[in-house]
Design a protein around this ligand. Structure first.
Ligand code: URA
Length: 620
């Protein structure tokens, strides 16, 4: 009597006539019917069904169905969930993985069939690898026939390929994943019909069509002073980026915003849309509270050049993105670029390295950080919409948040020489910026400063760098140095969580000790600048007072205009700058001047009508 084992005879069905070999083990829920022979030592695991088939020795069959008329050799591993349909001849040592289906095929020895593949009407040699999801497409719909494909020894078919019968895949050839094979693959060759991926960034946002938001409707809505939803703002602003919305349409929306303003929710939503137009830097892994300082723009404002090295020399990392000057106001990028060799176009990696090494980095706006601001700012500048308070808040805060600092101090300059003309506007801007910062978990502090008279003695790029260096060397004590100490102290309070008076002492200490100045030198050198090459090569014209009296006003706006005439600033984006052009004041507001004493020195390479000087100084 043969020695086989049926683990649970009550839950196993073996039809009369089935032959079970020596050492066969049959687990519960198995059904074996018809003229079936199971060879020695084969294990049939639960839930399998076998019908009219001859199975060799030492096979392991799990949770699988083997239908009519199959002849299967020895030592195969079948399943789980394999479906061996009718009329297959299968050799030995094969592996049929999860959910493999086989029909009317001849299969040699030592082949692998990975999960979810279908092998129909195939002749497979030995040592063939059939990857997951491979389909033998054997049906010829034109002839309504089934065709045969052949795979020779050692061939390998990558996942998800389709073998369109009738084809031959010759010995030792390789079919790359995802290939549709519809002709012979010669021996020892590779067929790879895969295309490079087409990868389009922001594909959805660029292509989405929101037909219900007709552009005209959105413009009219804002013209009526109504609130725009996130989707409507997103649609128009991203539409402008994709050139679906024209300049004239965007300009009229900006003008409607200028006139009717925006709700806080609109401002917050638009900031988010701006930020998402580019990448957001993250310096969480850089030790310390990272700070940023920003000013809304003024005449002769070199405070960034002074404040940032002071703060960095106290061990507080400063990460700052700066802009070029436009109109009459100067920009930190131009001032720093006036130092020969200085590089402000830094990559993400360069920014990170510099913060880690020097603790102070200042870079210009790149195309990857808030590109929407660059585009909208340029349009605002030429469409009379630069002074909208909500748009200024969005523009500044989107850049500050994208740059990744933890705490931000914003100097809001107010007066005739600034973008913001009234104290009420300055206060409203401060409120909005603090609110936006809060949404992103950033502490924002604002100070409001005067911009009716220029900041310091110098206006013009090289001149301002030199003046900043003098303040950092503790050589000058005036309103400019006082303001810089105040701004730096506020930043130190935020970063170190200490009192204002302690912070102020620390600030004064690093100025006196030269640490702040040395940090400036280290920062300039690290960004490629060579201060030894900085020279004022414009001609100098001394302008003298024609009377005795007190200087009661120096008009920031008129000085701004003069500086542009001298070549120190630009009126259009394309204008070039003479870095050594500018104005050096000899006296400040409130000081007494004698007739014939030098009022200011003008540096320029141009012939300029100095009549404008009459409007600049009021002497009484
Ligand atoms: N500075 C900016 O960055 N944006 C503005 O809109 C105004 C000043």
């Amino acid at each position: 009597m043969l020695n086989y084992k049926i683990v649970d005879p009550h839950n196993t069905y073996i039809e009369e006539g089935v032959v079970l070999g020596e050492g066969v083990i049959i687990f519960p829920n198995v059904s074996i019917v018809g003229r079936t022979v199971i060879g020695d030592n084969t294990i049939i695991d639960s839930n399998s069904m076998i019908k009219n088939s001859i199975i060799g020795e030492d096979n392991y069959i799990s949770n699988s169905i083997i239908e009519d008329n199959n002849i299967i050799g020895d030592n195969n591993r079948i399943g789980p969930y394999a479906h061996i349909r009718e009329d297959n001849v299968i050799g030995s040592d094969n592996h049929f993985g999860n959910s493999v289906e086989i029909k009317k095929s001849q299969i040699g020895d030592s082949n692998y069939f990975k999960h979810f593949s279908y092998i129909g009407d195939a002749i497979i040699g030995n040592n063939v690898n059939v990857g997951a999801g491979v389909v033998f497409a054997n049906y010829n719909s034109k002839k309504n026939t089934k065709e045969t494909s052949k795979v020779e020894d050692g061939a390998s078919i990558g996942a998800n390929s389709v073998i369109v019968a009738p084809v031959v895949i010759e010995k030792d050839s390789v079919v790359g994943a995802g290939t549709v094979v519809d002709k012979k693959v010669s021996s020892d060759s590779l067929i790879l019909a895969r295309r490079d991926n087409i990868y389009k960034e922001k594909y959805y946002s660029k292509n989405k069509k929101l037909p219900k938001f007709l552009k005209g409707d959105i413009l009219l809505k804002k013209q009526r002073g109504e609130e725009l939803s996130y989707e409507e703002l997103d649609y128009v602003f991203n539409g402008y980026m994709n050139k679906e919305v024209a300049d004239y349409q965007m300009s009229s929306l900006l003008m409607a915003i200028c006139i009717n303003g925006m709700s806080d929710e609109e401002v917050i939503n638009l900031t988010d849309i701006f930020i998402k137009s580019g990448e957001v830097l993250n310096f969480d892994d850089v030790e310390g509270i990272k700070v940023d300082k920003h000013a809304t723009g003024g005449i002769g404002d070199k405070a960034t050049l002074i404040v940032t090295p002071i703060v960095a020399s106290l061990g507080i990392p400063v990460i700052k993105i700066s802009g070029r000057g436009l109109g009459y106001t100067g920009g930190t990028v131009d001032k720093l670029n006036s130092i020969p060799g200085m590089n402000l176009k830094l990559s993400k990696d360069e920014i990170r390295k510099q913060v880690e090494k020097v603790g102070l980095v200042i870079c210009s706006q790149s195309d990857s950080l808030v590109p929407m601001d660059k585009v909208i700012y340029a349009l605002r500048d030429v469409s009379g919409t630069a002074n909208s308070i909500p748009l200024i808040a969005v523009s500044i805060m989107s850049k500050k948040i994208a740059m990744g600092a933890d705490k931000i101090l914003i100097d809001i300059e107010v007066g005739e020489g600034a973008l913001i003309k009234t104290l009420d506007d300055a206060k409203e801007l401060a409120r909005l910026m603090v609110k936006i910062g809060g949404k992103y978990g950033k502490e924002v502090k604002t100070i409001i400063s005067d911009m009716n008279t220029p900041r310091g003695y110098c206006i013009g790029n090289n001149l301002e760098v030199i003046e900043a260096m003098n303040v950092l060397q503790n050589k000058e004590h005036n309103k400019l140095s006082d303001l810089c100490v105040e701004i730096a102290s506020h930043i130190v309070v935020m970063a170190k969580n200490i009192s204002y008076s302690v912070a102020r002492n620390e600030v004064l200490q690093v100025i006196r000790s030269g640490k702040a100045y040395n940090k400036f030198l280290e920062f300039v050198e690290a960004q490629g600048g060579d201060l030894s090459k900085l020279k004022i090569d414009s001609k100098r014209i001394d302008v003298k007072s024609d009377k005795d009296g007190i200087i009661t006003n120096i008009s920031a706006l008129e000085i701004g205009k003069l500086s542009v005439m001298l070549g120190a600033g630009r009126l259009t984006k394309e204008d070039s700058i003479d870095y050594s052009a500018g104005i050096k004041l000899n006296k400040l507001t409130g000081e007494y001047i004698k007739a014939n004493e030098i009022l200011c020195s003008i540096y320029t390479k141009k012939d300029v009508d100095l009549e404008i000087l009459r409007k600049i100084f009021t002497i009484e």
